[in-house]
Design a protein around this ligand. Structure first.
Ligand SMILES: [Zn+2]
Length: 313
């Protein structure tokens, strides 16, 4: 059958550890992995239903970093995000605005004004909240998300990645934010180093990511929600500390990060668990008529981190 996509001759490649360059690793979890199929089904979207089929996840024997190996080639990953369209993401508009303020409140504890860059800005909820206090800029690989940010919020988000963009001067930002982004990046260490380069001395890197060292990640094992085809790296407190340190950043805060979503959305995130769990919860939500009501949950397996660039106050 004819296809617009390039032929996947060798879709996966073996990679060394991103943090220490080591190649010795032990298997953590394994599922089948079909990256092209996953891409077609929207595995690169934030609201994906694609949780299983995450391939082979290993842990570096030298530094402890967990990552997907083998994994798709960087060009294929980049093409997946550039083509990403996620209308479902917009259906939880109120929740996403509130969640943005949770992040913003944490950032403001350390830096209250100045220039703020968001990497992976998606459709602009966080930047829209942040521009009250900061002069904001955004990068986002999805052309669709950049268009929504422009149409909804009048924000100019550039369809570029942190690695490829050359529009910003080193030392020119007070804050760089990456919310639910670092685990998707092909080279997170390079991204953290580039973020540090863009920060002024004393500037703040803020990011949110799933925590594979959390209790629920350890209890749920291969069924943990954090394991999915679009996630390439799985950080914990130890590897986060090492990555920040290698980029000249000092961690000043790490804590669990809860969010608000509608009851209906939360239950939709459970599709890969046994059908009776999802079915019973759906029935209960319909019976109580609370599908659109908002619920704050902190499952303590997602963390927010603040790190200062060394050399400033
Ligand atoms: Zn390593």
């Amino acid at each position: 059958m004819a296809s617009d996509r390039p032929a996947a001759t060798e879709p996966l490649e073996e990679i060394p550890c991103n943090l220490c360059g080591g190649r010795r690793a032990r298997l953590l979890h394994e599922r089948p992995y079909q990256p092209y199929l996953a891409q077609e089904e929207g595995a690169f979207t934030a609201t994906t239903d694609e949780f299983q089929n995450y391939g082979r996840i290993v842990r570096c024997l030298d530094c402890g970093l967990a990552y997907t190996n083998p994994r798709p080639k960087i060009a294929d990953i980049a093409a997946g995000y550039a083509a990403c369209v996620d209308e479902t993401y917009l259906s939880e508009s109120t929740s996403r605005s509130i969640n943005s303020h949770f992040s913003l409140n944490t950032v403001k504890r350390f830096v209250r004004s100045g220039r703020l860059l968001e990497v992976g800005a998606s459709t602009g909820y966080f930047l829209n909240a942040a521009r009250v206090d900061y002069e904001v800029a955004g990068l986002e690989p999805s052309e669709w998300a950049c268009r929504i940010a422009r149409e909804r919020f009048g924000l100019e988000v550039h369809p570029e990645t942190l690695e490829s963009s050359r529009r910003f001067v080193p030392g020119s930002f007070d804050v760089v934010a990456m919310i639910d982004v670092i685990e998707h990046l092909p080279d997170p260490r390079a991204a953290v180093c580039r973020a540090a380069e863009l920060l002024r001395p004393g500037g703040l890197l803020y990011f949110v990511t799933p925590d594979i060292g959390s209790l629920s990640a350890r209890m749920l094992g291969g069924y943990w929600w954090g394991l999915r085809p679009a996630h390439l790296y799985y950080l914990d407190q130890s590897t986060i500390g090492k990555m920040l340190d290698s980029a000249g950043l000092e961690m000043v805060l790490i804590k669990s990060f809860g969010r608000i979503f509608s009851y209906g959305y939360w239950v939709s995130r459970l599709k890969h668990y046994p059908p009776w769990i999802c079915g019973s919860l759906r029935w209960m939500i319909r019976w109580l008529d609370i599908g659109d009501k908002l619920l704050y949950l902190d499952t303590r397996d997602s963390v927010e981190i603040c790190a200062r660039k060394r050399g400033g106050s």
